[in-house]
Design a protein around this ligand. Structure first.
Ligand code: GLV
Ligand code: GLV
Length: 320
């Protein structure tokens, strides 16, 4: 059987795949185009793809693949419905990137509120003339309220870090998480209350039709003017026009972004604001995490192509 891998990933997973299959890897240092994917992966049995690959119905049909392993936890890049209808298992990489993504989220929280990027530039530009009583003042964490939208694995890992910083934790989630509430003194609130009362708001829900534009101008207007917003989930959870307006009207104190509305395009107006920290979607980008993701994706693909239920199956209906 043949497996097509859309981009070079850590060798550990590739090695496993090569023991079992003929493996073809798209070798260029950029995402594969749809045209290239349709030409080069045609006739492959398995596809190992990235979140930068849009796997639509046409691709699924033309390639004739039997299993898809997404090298990401989010699967909004794949037409899951089309895959499920064709009994094609789709897998993702949950769990292994939880801590890395929570770390990066906290790095953004710290960077935005303590103005780390601005301060670094200040020093490099030769502005540091001695200790300043009124320069580069930011926000505190201790005693402040962190609002977590989506208390899944990553949201919970962020909550654990926040507890260490002495923050109060509130969350909005589809389902109550009672065990976590007692472990972390986290309080479930309505979405509106979270928006109104958080000093820091961090997004950890998947991107779905329900979470599309969950944060728009109305939400920005309700936020505290001293609030910070962090997004390490998916760009389209925030309405981009509203985000730009919120910056222009100084509706909140700062924004930390790892993901964007139309990745990799970024509306360049964002760069004009020094209270925004922008990262290039690096939530899972640690050596250990990416290695684990490659192994997980490979093992799932091996199981799926052997007709077994893969451990990290997204569309359970396929095996019903
Ligand atoms: C990264 O964004 C992922 O979904 O794994
Ligand atoms: C993702 O893995 C999540 O559950 O937060």
């Amino acid at each position: 059987m043949k497996v097509f891998v859309t981009r070079m990933i850590p060798q550990d997973g590739l090695r496993l795949l090569k023991e079992m299959f003929e493996v073809e890897i798209f070798e260029h240092d950029r995402p594969i185009t749809k045209k290239e994917l349709l030409e080069q992966a045609r006739g492959s049995d398995g596809l190992l793809c990235l979140l930068t690959d849009k796997i639509d119905e046409e691709i699924i049909d033309v390639l004739g693949i039997k299993a898809i392993a997404n090298y990401a936890v989010g699967v909004d890049n794949i037409d899951i419905k089309a895959a499920t209808e064709r009994k094609i298992p789709v897998t993702n990489t949950p769990g292994v990137l939880t801590e890395a993504t929570a770390d990066l989220t906290f790095a953004l929280i710290l960077a935005v509120s303590r103005r780390i990027v601005e301060a670094d530039k200040y020093v490099r530009d030769g502005n540091f003339k001695g200790w300043e009583p009124m320069e580069l003042l930011g926000g505190d964490f201790s005693g402040k309220t962190l609002g977590i939208i989506g208390l899944g694995r990553i949201g919970q890992a962020v909550a654990r870090r926040a507890k260490g910083f002495g923050m109060n934790i509130i969350y909005h989630s589809q389902s109550p998480k009672e065990d976590i509430e007692s472990e972390l003194n986290a309080i479930k609130v309505t979405f509106e209350d979270l928006i109104l009362s958080s000093d820091y708001i961090t997004i950890h829900c998947p991107y779905t039709p329900e979470t599309h534009h969950m944060i728009g101008i109305e939400e920005f207007r309700k936020m505290k003017s001293s609030a910070y917003l962090i997004n390490t989930a998916r760009g389209k959870v925030i309405d981009e026009t509203s985000l730009l307006l919120a910056l222009e009207e100084k509706l909140i104190a700062g924004i930390g972004l790892d993901v964007y509305y139309n990745e990799p395009e970024i509306n360049s107006k964002i760069f004009g604001y020094s209270n925004v920290v922008v990262l290039p979607h690096i939530g899972s980008a640690s050596i250990e995490t990416r290695t684990k993701m490659s192994l997980m994706a490979a093992k799932d693909l091996i199981a799926a192509l052997a007709g077994k239920k893969p451990p990290n199956l997204v569309n359970a209906e396929v095996f019903d």
